[in-house]
Ligand binder design. Structure first.
Ligand SMILES: [Zn+2]
Length: 377
């Protein structure tokens, strides 16, 4: 059985050779074939067409407000089984065009999302607006670029951190490979390539596209290196992407607690009736409540334990967020968030702590030393 499998793998490897741009890549663990008989490579894989039917995302747009429809993804991590459909992306209905807010995890996702919107109004997508650099939110961009000629507005970090072209050993590559491109089945990720963000802003900017007033708000380093949200003042809708999640625990692996809290305050300062999170299904006025509570508790409890002299090794035992135990991904993500926030809060000097936490008084350093001595004794 094993030898048949290895023969199959060798045959498939030979077949896939023409698709591998980078001949210097060595495939050490060609462990899996996808439905098209291609490898799931953990190294560079170019966009491939392959054979077999496209992944059917089975998308159903949900109307959130008069001019906003969204696709809501699964409350899961990205997997082959959900084909990356685990984040939320939206369409805003302009006078003569659709404007997209985040484009999902793949070209195929975007293509199928647009096909549904076209049934509602047969208009092109001329503008794509992106929230942040995580690839479940923008890998559909090249569908809109190639098919609609859309202009892509998004954070500069996408171009800097992902987009090529990269010239390596005499060969050209369009960009970095993201986790989706590496992980998804070929019939879901086919045709997905990275495209450049056409326009980035330095600061919060107001503009109007096809009769829709928008405020593109920079919140900076919060959930990721550079987060933005989109406020539609006439619609009283705020599309906030991953600085808010509900029904599940957030992933703060690339984020910072203090940045998150600042972002949530920026969201609260706008007047809105509907909020669309980056992950989760709650879109009413309570949509941000879980995130507000989670980060407030996270910050306060970690700071408290740090003051008690608890060291990083024990922080995930000492600080749990039991209020969120029944939320999706609690066990997968919450301990990591706690651990990471310890690292972050540890890096602040006392002045920074006072800036962000009113309860701290000036004497805590002595107290902390006393407690540490007690614990050591
Ligand atoms: Zn994200």
């Amino acid at each position: 059985m094993k030898s048949i499998l290895s023969i199959l793998l060798v045959v498939a490897f030979v077949i896939s050779m023409p698709f591998i741009f980078n001949k210097s890549v060595t495939v050490t663990d060609p462990h899996k074939l996808d439905v098209d008989g291609n490898f799931i490579l953990n190294e560079w894989v170019p966009s491939r067409d392959g054979a077999g039917p496209d992944w059917d995302y089975n998308l159903k747009p949900v109307q959130v407000s008069e001019r906003v429809w969204c696709y809501f993804g699964a409350m899961e991590m990205p997997t082959k089984e959900n084909a990356g459909d685990m984040s939320n992306s939206c369409y805003i209905k302009g006078d003569t065009e659709w404007i997209t807010w985040d484009t999902g995890p793949s070209y195929k996702f975007a293509e199928q999302a647009y096909a549904e919107m076209k049934k509602i109004a047969d208009m092109p997508v001329n503008h794509v607006i992106v929230s942040h650099e995580h690839d479940d939110h923008w890998l559909g961009n090249n569908y809109y670029k190639e098919v609609h000629g859309a202009k892509i507005i998004g954070p500069a970090s996408i171009n800097e951190n992902y987009y090529g072209p990269r010239h390596i050993d005499g060969k050209d590559y369009p960009g970095m490979q993201t986790r989706m491109i590496k992980a998804l089945y070929q019939n879901a990720i086919r045709k997905t390539v990275l495209v450049r963000v056409d326009e980035s802003f330095e600061e919060t900017t107001e503009f109007e596209i096809s009769g829709v007033k928008m405020e593109y708000v920079k919140v900076g380093y919060a959930h990721s290196e550079e987060d933005w949200f989109l406020y539609l003042p006439d619609d009283k809708v705020v599309l906030v992407a991953d600085v808010v999640m509900n029904g599940r625990v957030t992933s703060n692996r690339d984020g910072i607690v203090v940045g998150q809290i600042n972002a949530l305050n920026a969201i609260k300062s706008r007047d809105w009736n509907y909020l669309v999170p980056g992950h989760g299904f709650i879109t009413d006025k309570t949509g941000a409540d879980e995130a507000v509570q989670y980060f407030a508790l996270l910050k306060d409890r970690v700071l408290e334990k740090m003051e008690d002299g608890v060291i990083a090794d024990y922080i995930t035992k000492e600080v749990t967020l039991d209020e969120f135990r029944d939320k999706d991904l609690y066990y997968v993500l919450s301990p990591g968030n706690v651990f990471r926030s310890y690292e972050e809060l540890e890096m602040y000097d006392e002045d920074d702590l006072i800036d962000y936490s009113a309860e701290n008084s000036g004497d805590e350093e002595d107290d902390e030393e006393d407690k540490e001595e007690k614990e050591a004794a």
